[in-house]
Design a protein around this ligand. Structure first.
Ligand SMILES: Nc1ncnc2c1ncn2[C@@H]1O[C@H](COP(=O)(O)OP(=O)(O)OP(=O)(O)O)[C@@H](O)[C@H]1O
Ligand SMILES: [Mg+2]
Length: 459
């Protein structure tokens, strides 16, 4: 019979101790001792002497003779949710969902659970944070009625594991991993070793029984999922649920997905009756755009497999004292500094004594090279206080010599711009040819930033 033994180990030098210590006697580092769980078996070679691979197959097998069957995916009614997962919930997958407090993680998962239950799947929703009554109240608000949805308030992993064995559900939701504890680990729930051990155990249960497991994870102040980084490596899919507190829009984003493309984005609106999907995100992001204002441009950015139009705003103003400030929300500030240096050197724009504030309107974060040209034009437009045309959409990557470089999926981007009524699309010259622009769109190919500024700002 395998037994678990806990010990503490320094993360830096590997010093071991039976009890926790603030300072490692081995290397003198503070706060580096973390709990480790050791499994001690009764046999000579320990608990892992008869270990089985995930999925029960333990011997080396020719890759050609492995039967996969068809990857079973179950689609929920929330198409945005399906897309972020790569086309539906995969059986046997382990999905981690992180997000700020109160953003709607429990709401989303309860809705998804109910939709899966309606499809005849048995779903076990385990809440360690809320009582059954609280969950029921939320379910009432969301209009959920399904016999197949079982709710369970428990935090002991042994109990959870036993219940899963007896009920044999096809989906399990753990809300949240920080409240669950493994009785063999002595540290408090939410600690690094607890979170790691519990996730490993849930992964084992899910993979061997073919159950899709959704785990809710809290995020730290910096915005990453609390607990060991290792957690993100262990699971199949990592989703972040984001949104601005003052907006009702919520964005579900895949940052890792073993079953689909990453950087896929799903957009929802939080309503009284729960989350509703938003079918055309570009419309929302451009909704409040004020036409004729300098410093504003629109770019078609690819979010996974879908183009989304977003507005980039820049405000350039003379520095009053000290070093000029560079601030960016929704885009990487290093990208902004780089583009300002290109404008300075290649276009001759004197930006060294200017403060620069950049923002992606609507609270989205975008990170792809194709937004470079739009950022550069925004900066120039604000600096010269000259607006661009409201019906211009600008796409292109900018190189350090000021050249405009080819981007991927140009046709899809231009189509999205055409759909939303844009008339002119400025794109890299190298992207022209080999495809046809939609009706009513005036395509302009540019090779340098300078040329793009001439086209959009007229000087
Ligand atoms: N009566 C209501 N009408 C509309 N929206 C509501 C109502 N009650 C709650 N909400 C929304 O639901 C959100 C809370 O959602 P939920 O509890 O799913 O978040 P969570 O991410 O699970 O939070 P936590 O981190 O506390 O677990 C609130 O922020 C609010 O926007
Ligand atoms: Mg919750």
């Amino acid at each position: 019979m395998a037994k678990r033994k806990t010990k503490f180990m320094c993360q830096d030098c590997g010093y071991e101790s039976p009890k926790w210590m603030g300072r490692c006697p081995g290397c003198g580092a503070w706060n580096k001792m973390v709990e480790e769980v050791e499994i001690v078996g009764s046999g000579k070679r320990g608990a892992f002497a008869h270990s089985q691979g995930i999925g029960g197959q333990s011997k080396p097998t020719p890759i050609t003779s492995i039967e996969t069957g068809n990857e079973v995916r179950i689609e929920t009614e929330l198409k945005e949710f399906n897309r972020v997962l790569g086309g539906g919930v995969v059986q046997g997958s382990l999905v981690l969902i992180g997000g700020d407090p109160g953003i709607g993680k429990s709401t989303l998962l309860l809705q998804v659970s109910s939709q899966l239950a309606k499809l005849g799947q048995s779903v076990l929703y385990i809440s360690g944070e809320e009582s059954l009554r609280q969950t029921k109240l939320r379910a009432e608000r969301l209009g959920i009625t399904s016999e197949n949805l079982l709710v369970y308030s428990e935090t002991n992993l042994d109990e959870i594991s036993r219940t899963i064995d007896s009920i044999a559900p096809s989906f399990v939701v753990i809300d949240s991993i920080q409240t669950v504890f493994h009785p063999d680990v002595t540290s408090a729930p939410g600690s690094v070793s607890q979170v790691r051990e519990c996730t490993a155990e849930l992964m084992r249960i899910g993979k061997t029984k073919g159950i899709a497991v959704f785990i809710v994870g809290h995020v730290t102040k910096e915005g990453s999922i609390a607990g060991p980084r290792l957690l993100e490596h262990m699971v199949d899919t990592v989703l972040y649920f984001e949104g601005e507190r003052h907006h009702t829009y919520r964005i579900l984003r895949a940052v890792k997905n073993r079953f689909g493309s990453t950087n896929e984005m799903g957009i929802f609106e939080m309503k009284e009756m729960g989350l509703e999907e938003v079918e055309n995100p570009s419309e929302i992001f451009l909704e409040e755009r004020s036409e004729g204002a300098s410093g504003s441009t629109v770019v078609a950015s690819m979010e996974g497999t879908r183009p989304v139009l977003v507005e980039i705003q820049a405000l350039i103003s003379p520095t009053s004292f000290g070093n000029p400030r560079r601030m960016a929300t929704g885009i990487d500030h290093n990208r902004v500094s780089l583009l300002m240096a290109v404008l300075d050197k290649r276009v001759g724009m004197l930006l060294q004594n200017q403060d620069a504030y950049l923002k992606v309107a609507g609270g989205v974060k975008i990170d792809e090279p194709a937004i470079d040209l739009a950022i550069a034009v925004s900066i120039a437009s604000s600096f010269r206080d000259t607006p661009t045309r409201a019906t211009d959409c600008i796409i292109g990557e900018v190189g350090l010599t000021g050249e405009v470089r080819r981007v991927s999926r140009i046709e899809q981007r231009v189509q999205e711009a055409a759909k939303l009524g844009f008339e002119r699309v400025i794109i890299p010259e190298n992207n022209l040819g080999g495809w046809k622009a939609p009706k009513g769109i005036d395509l302009i190919g540019v090779t340098t930033v300078q040329q793009a500024l001439y086209v959009t700002l007229g000087r």
